[in-house]
Design a protein around this ligand. Structure first.
Ligand code: K7E
Ligand code: CUA
Length: 694
């Protein structure tokens, strides 16, 4: 069905192109120009092109990425929002931004973290050691999978700045959980999910002083610092992480880097790249060298290969220790149980990407012009034969490089990340060369007549590409149509908006994997810095249109505070006031809240609408409260009113012609007559509270 959708889409472009080409022909051959109406529609198109100075290539690119108004994109990209701490949802190929999901950072439009209790609780789960963390550096999103294909149920994203991860429910595209992962200060590797979403993986970026919570000088780096690989168990009903069933494997104090899940032949394994196996820790004003120099000495760092299936069994047998609420396997045990191996990877590696067949693992080298392609079958043979070239300082066996490498391809300067199509091609980002290089994998997966392990073609991008993504690119069955380059720099591509430039997503047409690759469009991203993204077929997503009446969106179950229209009420018990309010076009009921200074207000608002898009917002002046209450949703607030005053509240969403009238008052009577206002000089005449409060 999807294939045919694509075929229809592609052939529609072909027909349009044909029309354009014929139109050009007519226009070019006619000295009077194409405006005399003889060319009909194509003459008009030529006029537009002439007027706007568009070349035939420009027009073709416009058609390649055009999605008519009111039509949907066939793909949706789930993109990291970088330092914004959020996740972007973007249509492909139009590259239209559909949503910015509040994840680690409060988001006022969605009422995420501005008084709404369940969102406040989610954000609070991500705080650690008494610090409120209100930003994150999101790098790597991971869409849940079934049978190695994206299934559109959940998405996960990790926080590079802190050892945290979040889970987004793709029914309502809202964050449902933030986990402050124990024993991990910063994070990077993954996120990835295992092929049936048994686990979502997250590993540390920089090692932390162990045991967690202790102090150590970095002079004792090798001794006292450790990384971890965390396998977070996914609850199959909710998509949330169950910490008690999760486990961690202790890792050496290298900087564990990009990671990916095994699949098909390599299912049950995970792979994590690393750098700084030198264990440099800086000190450039203390007689040492900077971290950068110290970490770039070795010709090889280590790809970590982890047998998570075996680790899971070991945990189930009761073998693991407990460390801060999670099952923990130390390095010695991991080695003894055959859970952890190291594989040399050349010169400041980055990226570790498993191909759709699961057989090949591709690693880039920031300071090496090659991608190195490992063969999982050879890795298994080397393990079985104990074909080790030694062990690292922590006793972890190092597989012999030559016996596990299937091939190396010289691709250009600064290879980072690799994505795949279904034809046996890899597409690798070249940070230094600002390019994407396309190469072939082994002959068992190459479906063209190209040489295995060879460079096929290269395309320039603008500029300094980090990650790249192909449609369905991390699955066992990628699509071969689109690639998006996620460029760190844009330099001169956009109107100047100050020294902080937009970052640049570029859409590349892969032509069914048969090339040549063609750069189609530029999209500036208004928040930075996006790292990784995944692209899922839009018809795998099943976003709901409404909540069932009276839903608590935190749990997708009926809220105990839900009411129907006509059931609104106010209950006072001493200084505790509880209000059950409804919102509908175009009023709140009740629309006056009468309180005394010092009261605690519990406010439950049910949006009683069941009309698509009939969202009401709720904002109160001077109280930092903003909620978005979607149709059917119940939102809850609890706060103490410590200031007297008459505070306006209003619906923040333009919901109807009388939206501006959708407002009310929170009246907080002072406990003393001089309490209102910014000076005590102007006492306010107050009607005794008893006359108001029933
Ligand atoms: Cu290369 Cu964090 Cu994925 Cu950025 S990492 S590019
Ligand atoms: Cu409800 Cu505006």
């Amino acid at each position: 069905m999807l294939k045919s959708h694509r075929v229809v889409f592609v052939s529609a472009i072909a027909v349009l192109l044909l029309g354009l080409v014929l139109g050009f022909g007519a226009a070019c051959g006619d000295d009077d120009g194409g405006t005399d109406g003889g060319g009909g529609g194509s003459g008009d198109l030529q006029d537009i092109a002439d007027e706007r100075g568009l070349t035939p290539d420009d027009m073709r690119h416009a058609l390649q990425s055009f999605v008519p108004p009111g039509s949907y994109d066939p793909y949706v990209m789930i993109a990291s929002g970088g330092h914004s701490g959020q996740v972007l949802v973007i249509g492909v190929p139009s590259m239209r931004i559909l949503k910015v999901i509040g994840v680690f950072t409060p988001e006022p439009w969605q009422g995420y973290g501005y008084g709404d209790l369940y969102t406040e609780e989610i954000l609070a789960e991500g705080n650690r050691e008494g610090t409120d963390l209100s930003w994150a550096d999101t790098h790597h999103p991971a869409i849940s999978e079934t049978g190695g294909d994206y299934d559109g149920r959940w998405a996960y994203i990790q926080d590079r700045a802190n050892g945290r991860m979040a889970m987004i429910d793709l029914r309502d595209f809202e964050t449902k959980q933030i986990v402050a992962v124990p024993n991990m200060q910063t994070s990077h590797g993954g996120m990835f999910v295992t092929p049936d979403s048994e686990y979502v993986h997250i590993s540390s970026k920089f090692p932390m002083a162990f045991p967690p919570g202790s102090y150590s000088d970095v002079a004792d780096y090798q001794e006292n610092f450790r990384g971890v690989s965390s396998w977070m168990k996914i609850d199959q009903e909710t998509g949330q992480v169950d910490l008690a069933s999760s486990f961690q494997i202790e890792l050496p104090p290298y900087s564990q880097d990009l990671a990916d899940s095994g699949k098909l032949v390599s299912a049950g394994w995970g792979f994590i790249g690393s750098f700084n196996t030198e264990m440099a820790s800086g000190g450039n004003m203390e007689g040492g060298e900077s971290l950068e120099a110290g970490a770039s000495q070795n010709n090889f760092d280590f790809l970590h290969a982890i047998n998570w299936k075996a680790a899971e069994e070991f945990v189930a047998s009761g073998g693991a220790e407990q460390l801060n609420g999670i099952n923990f396997i130390d390095i010695e045990t991991a080695v003894a149980e055959g859970l952890l191996y190291l594989i040399p990877e050349p010169k400041s590696p980055h990226g570790a990407d498993v191909d759709p067949s699961g057989r090949y693992i591709v690693v880039g080298g920031k300071l090496d012009p090659h991608v190195t392609i490992y063969d999982f079958n050879l890795i298994q043979e080397a393990i079985a034969n104990e074909d080790f070239e030694g062990e690292d300082p922590f006793g972890i066996p190092i597989l012999s490089f030559d016996s596990v490498v299937a091939g190396q391809v010289e691709v250009g300067a600064g290879p980072l990340h690799t994505q795949f199509d279904s034809q046996g091609h890899g597409y690798v980002s070249l940070f230094l060369a600002s390019a994407v290089a396309k190469f072939t994998l082994g002959e068992d997966v190459v479906k063209t007549d190209e040489e295995p392990f060879s460079l096929v073609e290269t395309i320039q991008v603008h500029y300094n590409i980090g990650h790249l993504v192909t449609a369905e690119g991390d699955t066992v069955s990628p699509d071969d149509n689109y690639l998006v380059a996620l460029n760190k720099w844009s330099i001169d591509r956009y109107a100047p908006v100050g020294p902080l430039h937009p970052q640049n997503f570029q859409l590349i047409d892969l032509k069914g994997g048969n090339g040549p690759m063609e750069l189609v469009s530029d999209t500036p991203i208004g928040i930075g810095e996006p790292h990784y993204v995944q692209i899922i077929k839009a018809d795998k997503l099943h976003g709901i249109e409404l909540y069932e009446p009276g839903t608590d969106p935190g749990t997708f179950t009926a809220s105990e505070f839900a009411i129907a229209a006509g059931e609104e009420r106010v209950e006072r018990d001493g200084s505790n006031v509880e209000v059950w309010m409804t919102a509908t076009r175009s009023h709140f009921t009740p629309d006056i809240l009468r309180l005394r200074q010092g009261d605690t207000l519990k406010l439950h608002i049910t949006n009683v609408e069941q009309t698509r898009d009939a969202t009401h917002g709720f904002g109160i002046a001077d109280h930092n409260i903003s909620a978005s209450i979607e149709p059917g949703e119940v939102a809850n607030f609890e706060f103490t009113v410590d200031r007297a005053g008459a505070f306006n509240f209003y619906c923040t969403e333009f919901c109807s012609a009388l939206h501006l009238e959708m407002a009310g008052w929170m009246l907080v009577e002072p406990t003393s007559v001089t309490a209102v206002g910014d000076t005590a000089a102007a006492p306010v005449a107050v009607v005794p509270a008893e006359e108001h409060l029933h």
